[in-house]
Structure formats: C-alpha cells, structure tokens
Design a protein around this ligand. Structure first.
Ligand SMILES: Nc1nc2c(ncn2[C@@H]2O[C@H](COP(=O)(O)OP(=O)(O)OP(=O)(O)O)[C@@H](O)[C@H]2O)c(=O)[nH]1
Ligand SMILES: [Mg+2]
Length: 391
C-alpha cells in the first residue's frame, strides 16, 4: 500500500532525518505526523513513527535518570566480540539458565516470572570466535505497543547482529514462537530473509545520489526509485538495492524501518514430559525456515551445537592476517560478512590501508597455488590467510 504522502510531509521527513538532537527530532516527528493525511495507506506508517517516538522518549527518560544518579535501567549494551546476539523469549523459558550454561555469567535463575529486568551481556566462545550473548528482559504480548519494557527489549533486538529466539518445550512452544514473531514483526524486525533488500547509506552534502541495483525492481523503474528518493530529499547517498524489490520497499527503507536479523531457535527443556511431541509440532510450524536446536539448559544437553548454528546463521567468515615476512599468522581472526573482499578486510584493518594498498597474498585450500597474489576485489572465504602489502 503506497503512502502517497504530500510534498510538505516528505520535506518534513527530510528535516527529521537531518536532526540529531533527540528533543528537536521528536518535535519534527510530531510535525511530520500532523502533515500525514489519515487513510488506509498511511496507518501503518503512522503507527510505526509513533512507536519510534515512544522508544525515543523512554531512552531520553533513562538518560535523564542516569545523569541524575538515580541509576535507571541501562538498555543499550556496547557491542563486544564478533557479533552481538540478543536472547529473546517469554518469561521463564530458561534464558538465564542458558546464559549460565554457555557463558560465565553470574545471573539469577528462578521459577518466579520476570526475574531478569535488565539486559545482561556475557561472552560465549565458539572455536576462536567470541559471541556476545545478551539476555533481554522477557518479551510479552503487547511489547511492541509499549507494554512494560517491551519497546526497549525490541530496541535491543533491533540493535543486535543476530537473535536467539528461545521457547519452552514444557509449554506451547508453537504459541510462544508465534507471539515472539508477531511482536518482532510489529516492530518491523524480520527473521525470515526478505526477497529484496535496500541499504541507504547517507553521504555528505554534495556527494550526489548513486543507486546500485543488483537484482530486480518488481513494479517500478529506476527513474521511479530516483524520483521517490528525491521527493524525500535523499539526494546525497549510496542506495544499494538487491533481490526483488518494490517501490513500497524503497519507501519503507527511507523511513529506516524494516530490518532483517539472522535468527536461531533454541527449544529448551527437552528433558520435560511430552517435549518430543512438542518439538515435532514446532518443526512443522517452522518448516525449515530457521534452524532449531533442542536443548536442556538445566541438564546441559544439546548446547554444544549452539556456537556452530549461530556461526552459520550469521553468514560470517573468519579471516586470519599475517604480516609480510612473519612466519605465523594471527591467532585472532577478523570476522567479516560472507562475500567480503580483500577491500573490506583492508578497510577493517585501517582506514587509510586502502589508499596504500599494493597487493595481497592469500593462502587457502581451495586455491591451486598458495599463496596467490590477489587484488582488492578478491572474495574471501572462511579460514583464508591474508598478507597485505602496502606501498
Ligand atoms: N526442566 C527444565 N527446567 C528448566 C530448564 N532450563 C531452565 N529451567 C527452569 O525454568 C525456570 C526459569 O528459568 P530462567 O532461566 O530463570 O528463565 P528466564 O527465561 O531467564 O526468565 P525471566 O528472566 O524470569 O523472564 C527455572 O525454574 C529453571 O530452573 C531446562 O532445561 N529444563
Ligand atoms: Mg532471566
């Protein structure tokens, strides 16, 4: 459903985007809402902007409390390790128990509901990769509509690199997963890979608009996309469009709303009665769209598969670097997105590495000759060893 926003509303949204100060931003968002005509096509957008505003207000409130030394809850968790994974589930499913089992977190496990009320981060090692697992305070029905800490839990999920969706096999696991998915969806967080994807990277003024299309526009032309972006004053940006996309998807991306997260389902309490039958129901419901691992956090069964399952779901690779002339390569890998090139690695190492780049040598089993001399465009794979030579 297209929103058909009038030009003044589009212009106002550009102002919202350009505003950093949260208080002023909220003000502009309010003004934006007043310029949006109310009809079927704009309902979803308005609801979503209101949610964004509610989350911002709560964040501002928390910040104020922290500043005033009143403690206040801390919902934003600094990222550590190769990826931040938000552990999401209803209360009592065993999230804290999982954290205790796979990390060294000292955290309370209790049959009382809503024991964990603040996010708790802790590190889990998988081979030479470290995942930061963050237990989020329990999700509940109405979370996306602002119930209790619901919006903060969802903001945590949005900020993470991946999700563990945890359900309890001693209860209605399918119902639990349906509820989690529905709250995530209301907060525009997708766990199933969308058909298409749009990334808007805003650039400095005067940089111009560059649209990179790797895929197919379903119901529009490049020109329509360009016009739509310009109507929202997105004039200095690199816009990457991949897969199958509609003009609505592009408009959605302008509002920065929909995001996709890799997810793994952990079905806990496999030690409980009838859990096997419930697991079958869950598997049928999920229909292989997401990986499921059945575990008992209390008895510590099945947890050894968690690291590998996460690693695969996140679509990441490890790359080891070596100094020219050094005998050994680094023990600590760089983790990069699958499909990354030597260019991406160089960018990660040092911001000016790319300018000084001369060539790289790569050692890899798949190559007929190792090392092979390669350029910036060479696509890396898990386990590659790279030696970068600079001018
Ligand atoms: N049978 C069984 N019980 C478990 C298992 N894992 C956790 N529990 C129990 O489930 C209850 C809740 O565990 P927690 O880890 O505190 O649950 P939580 O998801 O962190 O819950 P809140 O933080 O309160 O929202 C506790 O009584 C645990 O002992 C399991 O694998 N099997
Ligand atoms: Mg807990």
């Amino acid at each position: 459903m297209p929103t058909n926003l009038p030009p003044d509303a589009r212009k106002k949204w550009a102002e919202v985007e350009a505003t950093r100060n949260p208080r002023e931003k909220l003000q502009r968002m309010q003004e934006f809402l007043s310029l949006v005509p109310k009809h079927k096509g704009t309902g979803k957008l308005c609801a979503q902007i209101k949610k964004q505003m509610a989350t911002m207000r709560k964040e501002m409130e928390e910040k104020k409390q922290r500043k005033a030394g009143k403690g206040g809850s801390k919902f934003f968790i600094e990222k550590e390790g190769a990826a931040q994974i938000a552990l999401i589930g209803l209360t009592n499913v065993g999230k804290s128990c999982l954290l205790r089992a796979v990390t060294n977190a000292k955290i309370e496990v209790s049959f009382n509901p809503y024991t964990t009320r603040q996010p708790v981060p802790s590190i889990m090692a998988y081979q030479d990769v470290q995942f930061q697992i963050v237990e989020a305070p329990a999700l509940m029905e109405g979370a996306a509509d602002g119930r209790a800490w619901g919006l903060q839990t969802l903001a945590l999920a949005r900020n993470a690199d991946g999700l563990i969706l945890m359900v309890d096999l001693s209860k209605d696991a399918v119902g639990q997963l349906a509820l989690i998915s529905s709250e995530l969806e209301k907060a525009r967080i997708l766990v199933n890979k969308p058909k298409g994807r749009i990334d808007i990277e805003r650039k400095f003024m005067g940089a111009g608009l560059r649209i990179i299309l790797v895929g197919k526009l379903v119901d529009c032309s490049m020109r329509d996309v360009e016009e739509l972006l310009k109507s929202y004053r997105v004039t200095d940006a690199v816009v990457k469009i991949s897969g199958e996309t509609t003009l609505d998807d592009v408009e959605d991306a302008v509002f920065g709303s929909t995001t996709y997260k890799s997810a793994v389902i952990v079905a806990n309490k496999i030690d409980s009665e009838d859990s096997e039958a419930k697991l079958k129901l869950l598997e049928t419901y999920v229909d292989s769209k997401l990986p499921i691992i059945a575990v008992s956090c209390e008895k510590r069964y099945g947890l050894e598969r968690l690291g590998e399952t996460l690693f695969k779901a996140l679509d990441i690779i490890r790359v080891y670097t070596k100094e020219p002339n050094a005998k050994e390569f680094s023990q600590k890998p760089f983790t990069l997105k699958k499909g990354s090139t030597v260019h991406d690695l160089a960018k990660n190492i040092h911001s000016d590495f790319r300018e000084r780049f001369s060539f790289a040598k790569v050692w890899a089993k798949r190559l007929v000759f190792s090392p092979q001399k390669v350029g910036l465009g060479f696509t890396l794979e898990d386990g590659d060893i790279v030696e970068i030579h600079v001018k």
